[in-house]
Design a binder for this molecule. Sequence first.
Ligand SMILES: NC(=O)c1ccc[n+]([C@@H]2O[C@H](COP(=O)([O-])OP(=O)(O)OC[C@H]3O[C@@H](n4cnc5c(N)ncnc54)[C@H](OP(=O)(O)O)[C@@H]3O)[C@@H](O)[C@H]2O)c1
Length: 346
Amino acid sequence: MALPSKMKAWQYSSNTKGITPHLILNPSVPVPIPSRLGEMLIRVLSVALNPVDHRPAETVLYRFAIPKPATPGVDFAGEVVQAPADGAFREGDVVFGASGSIFAGGMLAEYAVAESSRVVEVGKITPNEAAAIAIAGLTAYQSIISRVKPNSHILINGGSGGLGTFGIQIAKALGHSVTVSCSGRNAELCRSLGAEVIDYTQGTLLQDLKNAAKVREFDLVVDNVFADPDLYWKAHEYTVRDAEYAVTPINTTYAFMRPFVAMKLLPGLLGGGQRRLTVMFGQPKLEQLVQIRDWIAERKIEVVFDQVVPFEEVKQAFERLTSGRTVGKIIVEVARAPGSSNTQTS
Ligand SMILES: NC(=O)c1ccc[n+]([C@@H]2O[C@H](COP(=O)([O-])OP(=O)(O)OC[C@H]3O[C@@H](n4cnc5c(N)ncnc54)[C@H](OP(=O)(O)O)[C@@H]3O)[C@@H](O)[C@H]2O)c1
């Protein structure tokens, strides 16, 4: 297939009041050229949005770590149109994974470069489902998999977002029981995925956790929100002695770092936290991408879609993303998959 030299791509060159107001669809961006051994050119089909698509760009990293104009988008599914020199994939293969850069991944474009070491084949699931996995699915998986014994009782603080909806179902697929915090409007969804629910908007979350612990203490806390330091300081009141407290939000602001450093450094005997605190960094592990993909194909877990929007509506999608109210995943459908729909598992 003859490839064009120019393509459409979403770009921003300012972060005043966030990147969303500055996103423009540039109709004539040069199509990128793979240059390293494992790199391949992808015709992008679907992109899942994540907080990482805007949060680093709204900090000091914007100035130092993000080349401008920048194209966001990390999580993707797409068709290989120029195979990598390492022979890992062929033209026509449909693959998914994460782009090499997490700060401005470049996937919100018609074409993008991906690395063969970070992607696997889509197989029987759809590009929209596949695009959702690499950040939210993998991070949710890794926040649980190595941190619990069989048949554990897991608390997920923030059950209705991208990480939470994957986390509930992964915990269940692995044979654990799971309780989540979410707002009342998302309670039914979280229950339908298999969780017990505590409505955090009632303002009594900590007390509700202590009450739940009278029946059974928690073996692991996965905190996808990290907005209330007391949940950690008081974790010994609702978790078992060797429970881990895993935090997923990563933030370089002073407001985040100050309580975090105290939690990490102050010994328990001097009034510090009494549970092991860890910060999660999702890692690109291919065998885990395959595991989650196969669970979706087997209908053991489902991707919860907040919305699926066309390529032209990226700006509206970012407005939704930055509202912090996303339920499951927002997907941008950049192009149609060869010979099929992007949405329905075959
Ligand atoms: N460490 C890593 O490698 C890694 C990877 C991925 C993501 N992350 C981080 O992990 C966090 C979660 O990511 P995500 O993709 O799941 O975010 P998300 O989808 O944007 O989360 C939105 C959800 O959070 C819920 N929520 C907001 N405030 C809440 C609260 N106080 N209590 C309970 N739920 C609340 C919202 O529900 P309501 O509207 O009902 O409140 C909404 O459904 C983000 O900070 C993200 O940056 C880290």
